[in-house]
Design a protein around this ligand. Structure first.
Ligand code: AMP
Length: 299
């Protein structure tokens, strides 16, 4: 079944202690759409300016991502730049230039409106609402967010939580949202805000799912070398929803395995800058890492 992904389609300039890479293909929707594309059809909703390289459009196409909902308009593509500290866990945003995304108000192509799986990747909650308003009875709605929206658009985000099935956020965002540092207590508080399923991501320490069936802990896939973790969270949620959409069975029963697939796709993302490693991955390479992780988890 198809997955609709809305979020930022961006140019990212990323600095680590070892290297600097300007204007890479990035954005929450780019990472999530490529991650989901390993499992089935993806409908991308986004906007780019006329400075967006054709080679990046070709990368989406190489992954058979449907671009009917990707607008190209005159102006500058959303540009984000960030810098990592030596340990690669701490990151600071250097600049966020909204460009053409500032006035983005998409009307979804009719073929998109029936996508059964919807991923509202990180973007302003008002845009997430706007896209959701146009969907016709989706089977599963997943949303991601970031600290910025907790700071400047909390009422819209709280309203969104009442409309979605699965909310994915990282541990610092969960702390900020609930004022609670214990993740188990935070999970309970987030359920009370609306979502039936909640996943708290803990970076290299994996992710915790809380659902009506109970909890599941997924590790991250262990890597010897992390080049650039930008987009790992988006790759995780993209891989997760792609896997869910591709398999029969109930969401409850599929979610733990979907988290393992999400973790594996995210591991590829970390191995090179931007989308360089993810776009070189294959379904076979993903399956191999899932098997390895399954061995690590058996006891
Ligand atoms: P992550 O590493 O999972 O937090 O995601 C990083 C991605 O989020 C980068 O590719 C950025 O382009 C994108 N991003 C950063 N700031 C924003 C924002 N305010 N709205 C939407 N996407 C953003």
């Amino acid at each position: 079944m198809s997955v609709l992904v809305v979020g930022s389609t961006a140019l990212d300039s990323i600095k680590t202690p070892k290297a600097e890479n300007p204007r890479l293909l990035g954005g929450s929707a780019s990472h999530a759409a490529v991650a989901a594309s390993f499992f089935g059809p993806v409908n991308l909703v986004g906007i780019v300016g006329d400075d967006f390289p054709k080679a990046y459009l070709d990368l989406y196409r190489k992954h058979r991502i449907n671009l009917d909902g990707l607008q190209t308009v005159s102006g500058k593509t959303f540009h984000w730049s960030g810098e990592y500290e030596v340990n690669m866990n701490n990151r600071r945003t250097l600049a966020t230039e909204l460009g053409v995304i500032e006035n983005f108000n998409p009307t979804l192509p009719a073929s998109y409106q029936k996508s059964p799986f919807v991923l509202l990747a990180n973007i302003s909650p008002s845009l997430q609402h706007h896209v959701l308003d146009q969907m016709k009875k989706p089977k599963l709605i997943v949303a991601d967010t970031m600290d910025l929206w907790l700071n400047i658009a909390l009422p819209d985000l709280l309203r969104l939580l009442k409309r979605i099935d699965l909310f994915v956020l990282n541990d610092s965002e969960a702390r900020q949202l609930t004022d609670e540092s214990n993740p188990l207590v935070a999970l309970k508080k987030i359920h009370r805000l609306g979502p039936k399923y909640v996943i708290i991501k803990k970076g290299e320490h994996g992710a915790i799912l809380s659902s009506p069936k109970g909890m599941f802990l997924s590790p991250a896939f262990p890597l010897e070398k992390v080049m650039d973790p930008t987009g790992a969270g988006d790759s995780f949620v993209g891989g997760l929803i792609g896997y869910l959409a591709s398999q029969p069975g109930s969401i409850d029963s599929k979610l733990p395995r979907a988290m393992v697939y999400g973790s594996v796709v995210a591991s590829f993302c970390c191995e090179d800058f931007g989308l360089k490693a993810t776009t070189k991955a294959t379904r076979a390479a993903i399956e191999k890492r899932v098997k390895t992780l399954a061995k690590f988890l058996k006891f």
